[in-house]
Design a protein around this ligand. Structure first.
Ligand code: ADP
Ligand code: MG
Length: 727
């Protein structure tokens, strides 16, 4: 029934602008449903409160008696807020969040009804979660996984359920989720960065990685989305001719937000604030119907939880507003895709941002230490960092002239480039008093306290320094930030540890002064890591060539990129810092490769189905209309009919040609899938990438041509101009 598309369009026309009630004061909403410091202080006995706080601040363990006390306080708080259920909330490797709700309600042996929730239920649960991906760590019939409370991320109430953030691990201890390795990596960076920060300030006892993500997404009317099997099943359009008007006028970017979208965003923001997600900015993005929201940055583990929670809430609130949210990295051909910039920095417990230049030469030396070590870490592990953002979806976006390419490079701006150039000239050995004065006055002393130089921003860099933080821009919009955050924090931790050893060696063995030693080592790092620095156009072909000369890796697709995740270099890195062991590394690799294969497989099937079941039958129906028309003309005009049926005859022919080509390519693609399915994991992923995927564009091209030929009223799928411009 081609009516589908028109019914959908009709539905959209009559959307009620569901306005939310009077907007509450934002500051009053914030953290309302979060069991955070203030709520804990009110609901917990003093000793229990202190125990949680030291677990958060110092990673101390919480004993069972204390856990009981915390559970009691948490339960009373939650019941008071109307919660009826509780759940351990975790992030399995499927890429979404998981929860299994249990009611507080319980019947005692003597028949009384009570609300029960004790320390045991708070601390550990055993969800029957045997079908989450585990990459061979857990056989479904043997050890189950369990979830364990992460006190560093506060519990919250969503939809009358008390959600307790947890890790998800196998009984044998291996991580089955995103959070566990993240917590380990954050621990590693804390240790390493604290040690180095102590060179500059003895009072530092903890360093937190901070993360501020920026989430991009598309909003599509849900009725239109529902009429597109590709959007519903794969999150993107597998076909669809470009709209006459796309993003070429750049008139959407930072334009006024459509009322219906604004209503959605307002309600979304309120829900976020209540849950403690400090959303702050919202604006239109480059593409039509594309938007972005970003919070104030937070400690990285909390920020990762908040991003996962946000994505979940975004979908739920969207349903109420008849929108479908698309997080896919490339939902529309020839229209910008969506990313998730990860802004990252390091903050001490003394309140200092270690990537922020300061007002004194010593503070700036501290800044340069962390700044240069980060650059060196990215250089050493550029290929691993690239792998951390690899996914089937992001493959379409990286290097598509809209997003930073699959080549990692670091942009630092002209000012800091000059500073590093000067530092490179530091004497090899102990510094003379004159040299020290020069350095302090003319180099380190000259870094302005505020470096936020907006004119110097290079949007084409995948990893850019933006004044007081690095911005990792190549992350895809669907990604869980944990992956890139695990890699970034681990490699910087590793680098800072090496740095500490090298500086201490110079101090101890060459009896250098501390700052002499630091200058010496930094000079070497600047030289060593120069190749990763690039200030030019990251989208250009020239850079691709130059990067090749510099021997930087350029892995263009996910199977190639993921190989680095199991290299000896990576295994040594993760094992030495206790972030993941070999079993965990191999399991994750397997899960990611399988996910890639499945994504392409599903897309391939959907495309085949839509082309054969929707497009070709529609084409034939229209062709028959034309054939009847031509026959009619022949009846009227006899042999002269061709004069009047020229156009129709051409379309009849074109429809046959395109339909034949589509059919042929689908058959070939299906054969390639069959062949690929016989292979083992790695060759299978490559076969899907090299032999199946290329058919997508071939098939699409013919379908899109048919879209232009066939009568609008018959076309079964909502078109780009409708998906992207119907509000
Ligand atoms: P933009 O990059 O869009 O110009 P900003 O520079 O203001 O915007 O910040 C972008 C993101 O960077 C925000 O989410 C913000 O919270 C985050 N951010 C700012 N400072 C830090 C920091 N020290 N650590 C981590 N993220 C930060
Ligand atoms: Mg940004």
């Amino acid at each position: 029934m081609p009516i589908l598309r028109f019914q959908a369009l009709h539905d959209v026309q009559h959307r009620v602008l569901s306005n939310n009630k009077e907007e509450d004061r934002r500051s009053l909403l914030y953290n309302n449903n979060v069991f955070e410091e203030q709520a804990m202080r009110q609901h917990l006995p003093k000793s229990a409160f202190e125990s949680v706080m030291s677990a958060i601040r110092k990673g101390d363990k919480i004993n069972r008696t204390t856990a009981d006390a915390i559970a009691t306080g948490m339960k009373l708080w939650a019941l008071d807020k109307g919660a009826t259920h509780y759940t351990h909330w975790f992030q399995p490797l499927t890429g979404t969040t998981a929860e299994k709700h249990d009611a507080f309600f319980e019947i005692t042996t003597d028949g009384n009804v009570i609300e029960k929730f004790d320390g045991g239920q708070l601390v550990q649960q055993e969800p029957d979660a045997s079908s989450f991906p585990h990459g061979g760590i857990r056989n479904t019939f043997e050890a189950r996984g369990y979830t364990a409370w992460d006190p560093t991320s506060p519990a919250f109430i969503y939809d009358t359920t008390l959600c307790i953030p947890t890790v998800f691990v196998a009984y044998t201890g291996e991580a089955l989720d995103y959070k566990t390795p993240l917590l380990r990596a954050l621990n590693a960076i804390d240790d390493a960065a604290t040690d180095v920060a102590k060179y500059f300030d003895k009072n530092v006892s903890k360093v937190n990685a901070t993360l501020g993500w920026e989430q991009e997404f598309f909003l599509i009317d849900s009725a239109l989305a529902a009429a597109r099997p590709d959007i519903m099943l794969t999150g993107r359009t597998l076909l669809g001719h470009a709209s006459a008007k796309g993003q070429q006028l750049d008139d959407h970017y930072f334009g006024s937000i459509p009322t219906r979208v604004l209503n959605y965003l307002k309600q979304l923001e309120q829900e976020c604030l209540v849950l403690g997600i400090p959303v702050k900015t919202r604006h239109n993005e480059v593409a039509p119907n594309q938007f972005e929201i970003a919070p104030i940055f937070e400690e990285a583990n909390l920020a990762v939880d908040h991003n996962s929670l946000l994505m979940d809430i975004m979908e739920k609130v969207a349903e109420r507003h008849h929108f479908k949210v698309l997080f896919h990295e490339k939902p529309f051909d020839q229209i910008n895709g969506s990313g998730k910039h990860n802004n990252w920095s390091l903050a001490t417990d003394t309140g200092v941002n270690l990537l922020s230049p300061g007002s004194t030469p010593m503070k700036n030396l501290q800044f340069l230490t962390f700044f240069i070590n980060t650059i060196k870490a990215v250089y050493t592990y550029e290929e691993l960092l690239r792998a951390s953002i690899a996914s089937a979806g992001n493959d379409h976006r990286l290097g598509a002239n809209e997003a930073p390419p699959g080549i990692l490079s670091v942009f630092i701006g002209t000012q800091l480039t000059q500073v590093l150039d000067e530092l490179e000239k530091v004497t090899d050995g102990k510094l003379s008093p004159q040299e020290k004065t020069d350095l302090k006055l003319n180099v380190v002393g000259k870094i302005p306290e505020i470096l936020l130089d907006n004119t110097d921003r290079n949007r084409t860099s995948p990893f850019a320094f933006t004044g007081n933080k690095f911005e990792f821009r190549a992350v895809g919009a669907t990604a869980n930030c944990a992956n890139p955050m695990v890699v970034l924090n681990t490699i910087v931790a590793n680098q800072l540890k090496d740095f500490k050893v090298e500086v201490d060696t110079l101090i101890d063995e060459a009896s250098m002064k501390k700052d002499d030693a630091i200058f010496n080592i930094l000079r070497e790092y600047i030289k060593d890591s120069k190749k990763i620095r690039f200030e030019g156009d990251g989208y250009g072909e020239a850079w691709e060539k130059e990067a090749k000369k510099r021997k930087l890796s350029h892995n263009k697709n996910t199977p190639d990129a993921l190989a680095e995740n199991i290299s000896n270099k990576t295994i040594a890195l993760y094992e030495s810092l206790g972030v993941m062991n070999n079993v965990e590394i191999q399991a994750r690799y397997e899960i990611e490769i399988s996910a890639y294969i499945k994504k392409i497989q599903i897309e391939s099937r959907v495309l085949g189905d839509v082309a054969r079941n929707h497009i070709i039958p529609t084409a034939i129906r229209y062709q028959n209309v034309l054939i009847n028309n031509v026959k009619g003309l022949k009846e009227i005009y006899g042999e002269k009919y061709l004069t009047y049926a020229k156009e129709q005859s051409e379309i009849i022919k074109a429809i046959s040609e395109h339909s034949t080509a589509i059919n042929m390519h689908i058959t070939e693609m299906t054969d390639e899938r069959k062949k690929a399915n016989q292979l083992t994991l790695l060759p299978k992923s490559k076969a899907y990438c090299q032999n199946v995927l290329p058919y997508f564009n071939k098939i699409r091209r013919h379908c899109d041509k048919l879209e232009l030929l066939i009568e609008d009223e018959l076309w079964p799928l909502p078109k780009y101009r409708e998906l992207l411009f119907v509000n």
